[in-house]
Write a protein that binds this ligand. Structure first.
Ligand SMILES: [Zn+2]
Length: 432
């Protein structure tokens, strides 16, 4: 059956019963434990809902037999009803607003370099980097990377031509934003001169960037941080300089007073305090809407809401300098910490400084505390991609401490072990 033959409502009723003459009790909707693997799921790509259409395609094989052969409309309603039980209303509203916001931009912004909106590895990456990725082994990655501090990797990555195109695309988008007077969401509270790439059509390219490029490396180096199960991304380009984002230097004071700064903290919930989408009357039929897939990073907010300020919102972070003339802007690192120990003092071996080189990348765990020193002259642009693993986050809920990667948890555990040893020795002495 073709998609056009279906009449699926954009927002089906959350509950209800009578459909095509049959009564379905949506309050007792259940899925089967085992999928019906020989069942061919229908195509749901045309759906415009709060859930990714692919979720419906995957879920269909788990439908009970009495629902499996009903109309697509009934199945959509049935599956949506189940999904709603697992998805709080606030999150759904937030995602819907973000979807509308992106759609509005994508339908109106004319890209300058269309060729960078689709992954083209041969033209994006340097030949040596591509060879290592194609070989896909720890040895091949290490052959092109330096590890100046434990778990932090630096390497040459992007071709100068691609860097130039991405920078001019960002400039073009900023000009368009100024011209249309659209109020856009910035990547974080610290970046008033930055743009979120997923917001203007680069989401599909970033999907491939994460799955084909970052994932193979993080699978090898960051398995303890969910590096094998990255499933969403937040990609942005920021510009630093005298007339741009120089504020980062302020945060150095926190470090100098013995406290450490993690830029992710400011990112959580730091978006504009009201939805920038004033007109949601969007042409749903445009082909560009297909560019909108699942909303990466559900934590991204369009409204001011209570937030957990200690949550760190990514597992793996890639930072690539795109270029321009500049001096200063070094990145400093202060060691990996869990949320509870994010403000603990850095040990001497954990401190590391990095100076940007255009086209070169620095890859590190998202929980590696870091900040940037001020760009003292000129301007520079950086591409930053944060990747997240929902599996890691789910598992993390069941853990109380993280001695395998948090420097402070590890020290705490070691102190407890030593204290136990001393107590045992004292007891033994008394018995003698
Ligand atoms: Zn810890």
């Amino acid at each position: 059956m073709s998609q056009n033959q279906h009449s699926v409502p954009q927002q089906p009723r959350p509950s209800g019963g009578h459909v095509t003459g049959r009564v379905v009790n949506l309050n007792s909707d259940r899925l089967c434990v085992s999928p019906k693997r020989d069942h061919k799921s229908e195509n749901y790509e045309d759906l415009q809902m709060e859930f990714n259409p692919h979720v419906f395609g995957s879920l269909e094989q788990y439908l009970p037999p009495h629902v499996l052969n009903l109309s697509r409309e009934v199945k959509v309603r049935y599956m949506r009803n189940i999904l709603l039980r697992y998805f709080p209303e606030n999150d759904r509203n937030r995602i819907q607003k973000l979807r509308e916001y992106r759609l509005k931009i994508i339908l109106n912004y004319p890209p300058l370099h269309r060729e960078i909106y689709t992954m083209d590895a041969e033209n994006f990456f340097t030949p040596s980097f591509l060879r290592a990725i194609k070989e896909n082994t720890e040895a091949s990655f290490r052959s092109i990377m330096a590890e100046p501090s434990t778990g932090i990797y630096t390497f040459e990555m992007l071709q100068p031509q691609f860097c130039k195109k991405l920078m001019s695309e960002v400039d073009s988008f900023e000009r368009w934003v100024r011209g249309t007077k659209l109020r856009i969401m910035r990547p974080s509270a610290m970046n008033k001169h930055g743009v979120v790439l997923e917001d203007f059509g680069l989401e599909t390219m970033l999907d491939r960037f994460m799955s084909d490029i970052i994932h193979p490396i993080s699978r090898v180096f960051y398995s303890e941080f969910g590096g094998s199960s990255l499933d969403s991304h937040h990609g942005f380009v920021v510009e630093y300089g005298i007339s741009k984002d120089v504020e980062l230097g302020r945060f150095l004071q926190l470090v100098e007073f013995g406290r450490c700064f993690v830029d992710a903290i400011s990112w959580i919930g730091s978006q504009n305090c009201s939805s920038p989408v004033s007109n949601s009357n969007i042409n749903q039929s445009d082909q560009n809407k297909r560019n909108l897939s699942s909303v990466a990073f559900l934590g991204r907010r369009t409204k001011c809401e209570p937030q957990n300020s200690s949550e760190i919102n990514r597992e793996v972070s890639l930072n690539v300098c795109l270029g321009k003339e500049f001096s200063g802007g070094e990145v400093f690192f202060q060691g990996v910490r869990c949320e509870e120990h994010v403000l603990s003092i850095a040990q001497p071996g954990e401190i590391f400084n990095y100076s940007h080189v255009p086209g070169h990348a620095i890859l590190h765990p998202g929980r590696q505390r870091h900040g940037a020193r001020p760009t003292t002259s000129g301007n520079r642009m950086n591409l930053i991609i944060w990747c997240r693993s929902s599996t890691f986050r789910e598992l993390k809920k069941y853990q109380r401490d993280f001695p395998s990667w948090c420097g402070e948890c590890k020290r705490k555990k070691e102190r407890a072990r030593l204290s136990l040893m001393v107590s045992q020795q004292e007891l033994l002495k008394r018995e003698i």
